[in-house]
Ligand binder design. Structure first.
Ligand SMILES: NC(=O)c1ccc[n+]([C@@H]2O[C@H](COP(=O)([O-])OP(=O)(O)OC[C@H]3O[C@@H](n4cnc5c(N)ncnc54)[C@H](O)[C@@H]3O)[C@@H](O)[C@H]2O)c1
Length: 362
C-alpha cells in the first residue's frame, strides 16, 4: 500500500492510497471512518459481482450497517434525476453530514456520487474508489463532479474533493479489453503533457499496460495519479491555469463524445480530441513538424477504431464554443508547444478548426 498526501490549504489535504489487492482501508484511516455514523456504498449497474466483493474487502462492514445504492449503467447515471434520487435515498435513511458515501465504479459512478455528496446537506464526506483504468488515472481523482445536461457533457457540477481516493489495480483484472483501451486516451495525454520523468515512465510501460500487464498497469496508475493529484492540490478549482493542462484533448473530445450519441467511450473520444489538438497546435505554428510527427505517431500506435461520428462541422463548432472551458472566448483549447509544454489558446480561426476536425476523424 502506497499512501500519498498533498496539501491543498491549511485545513485540507488530498489523500490517496494505491496498490494491488488492498484490504481494510479503514484501519489505515481510522479518523475518517470512526466518525461516520452511516455508510452508503454506491455501485453502477452492469459491473461484475467481483467488484462489490472486492469493495467489501477494502471496507469491511464491521457494524453490518452499510446501505447500498445502485446507479443506472455507465453514462445514464450522470443525470440530475439520479443525483436527486441518491440524495433522497440518503435522507430517507437518516444520513447526516458526518455520514460517508463510498463510490466504487467507473468515472460515471464517481462523477455522479461526488456530485450528490457535494450537495447533500451542503456537503458530506465521500471516498472515491475508481475501478476502471480511466478512473484510476483520471476520472476518480481530483474532485471534479458532474452531470450531463441537454446532450452536453458535464454541464452542471461542483469541485468536491473526496476525503480519500483508493486505487486498487486488482479491480482492473475484470475490466473488458475495450475499457482498458478507453483508458489509453487519458494515458497518452499524460505521456504528452507530463514532465520528463512521467513521460519516460509512461513510454516504458504504456504498451505492456494496454496489453493488460498487471505490474505495468500499477506503475502507470501510480505515476499518473501522483501527477494529477499534485496539480489538483495546487489548483483545486481550476482557476490558476495549473490544472488546465489536464484538459488537453478534452474540448474536442467532449464534442466528439456528444456527437457520437454516447457510442464513443470517453477515453477514445479524448484520443481523437488529442489528435485534433495536435493538428491545431501545428497549424497555429506552436508545434514544430518533427514534434508533431513524433506525438502523432504515438497516437497512431494506439490503432484507434473508427470514430463513427457524422462529419458535421457546424454541430462541432457549436459544441466547442459552448464548452465551459471556452469561458467568454469563441473557443479555447489546451495546445502543445512541445512534449510537456502545454499552453491555452483562444479564438482559433474557423479554417484551422475545420482542418483539425477533418484530420481528427480520419
Ligand atoms: N471527473 C473527472 O475529472 C473526469 C475525468 C475524466 C473522465 N470523467 C468521466 O468519466 C466517465 C468515463 O469513465 P469510465 O471510462 O470509467 O467509464 P464508465 O464509468 O462508463 O464505466 C465503463 C464500464 O466499465 C464497467 N466497469 C467499471 N469497473 C469495472 C471493473 N472493475 N470490471 C469490469 N467492468 C467494470 C462499468 O460497469 C461500465 O460498463 C465519463 O462520464 C467522463 O466524463 C471524469
Amino acid at each position: 500500500m502506497k499512501r500519498s498526501e498533498f496539501t491543498v490549504s491549511a485545513r485540507r489535504t488530498v489523500q490517496a492510497v494505491f496498490g494491488r489487492s488492498l484490504s481494510d482501508v479503514p484501519s489505515a484511516y481510522p479518523d475518517l471512518f470512526r466518525k461516520a455514523d452511516k455508510v452508503c456504498l454506491v455501485f453502477g449497474s452492469g459491473a461484475p459481482r467481483s467488484l462489490e466483493v472486492r469493495t467489501l474487502r477494502l471496507f469491511p462492514d464491521r457494524r453490518n450497517a452499510y446501505f447500498r445504492f445502485r446507479l443506472p449503467f455507465s453514462e445514464k447515471a450522470k443525470t440530475m434525476e439520479q443525483a436527486a434520487g441518491l440524495c433522497s435515498f440518503l435522507f430517507g435513511k437518516g444520513f447526516s453530514r458526518d455520514s460517508l458515501l463510498i463510490a466504487a465504479g467507473g468515472g460515471a459512478v464517481t462523477d455522479l456520487s461526488g456530485f450528490a455528496a457535494s450537495i447533500y446537506m451542503r456537503g458530506m464526506n465521500w471516498v472515491s474508489v475508481p475501478t476502471t483504468f480511466l478512473g484510476q488515472i483520471d476520472a476518480g481523482l481530483g474532485g471534479k463532479t458532474a452531470v450531463n445536461l441537454g446532450g452536453a457533457k458535464n454541464i452542471a457540477g461542483t469541485f468536491w474533493l473526496p476525503s480519500l481516493t483508493v486505487c486498487d489495480t486488482a479491480f482492473l483484472d475484470s475490466l473488458p479489453p475495450g475499457e482498458l483501451r478507453s483508458g489509453s486516451g487519458e494515458l497518452i495525454k499524460y505521456a504528452m503533457i507530463g514532465p520528463a520523468p512521467l513521460r519516460r515512465s509512461l513510454t516504458r510501460h504504456m504498451s505492456e499496460a494496454l496489453a493488460g500487464n498487471k505490474a505495468a498497469l500499477t506503475a502507470c496508475v501510480s505515476a499518473c495519479a501522483d501527477y494529477k493529484l499534485r496539480l489538483v492540490s495546487r489548483d483545486e478549482r481550476d482557476e490558476t491555469g495549473v490544472r488546465e493542462v489536464l484538459n488537453f484533448g478534452h474540448t474536442a473530445g467532449h464534442a466528439f463524445e456528444a456527437m457520437s450519441g454516447g457510442r464513443l467511450p470517453h477515453g477514445l473520444a479524448v484520443a481523437r480530441g488529442i489528435r485534433f489538438a495536435l493538428i491545431v497546435s501545428r497549424e497555429t505554428g506552436l508545434l514544430g513538424g518533427a514534434d508533431f510527427e513524433a506525438l502523432n505517431g504515438a497516437l497512431d500506435r494506439l490503432r484507434l477504431p473508427p470514430a463513427g461520428i457524422p462529419m458535421d462541422m457546424r454541430r462541432f463548432s457549436a459544441l466547442v464554443s459552448r464548452d465551459k472551458k471556452a469561458r467568454s472566448a469563441g473557443n479555447r483549447f489546451v495546445l502543445l508547444k512541445g512534449p510537456g509544454r502545454a499552453v491555452a489558446a483562444e479564438n482559433v480561426p474557423a479554417r484551422v478548426l475545420r482542418k483539425a476536425f477533418e484530420g481528427a476523424l480520419k
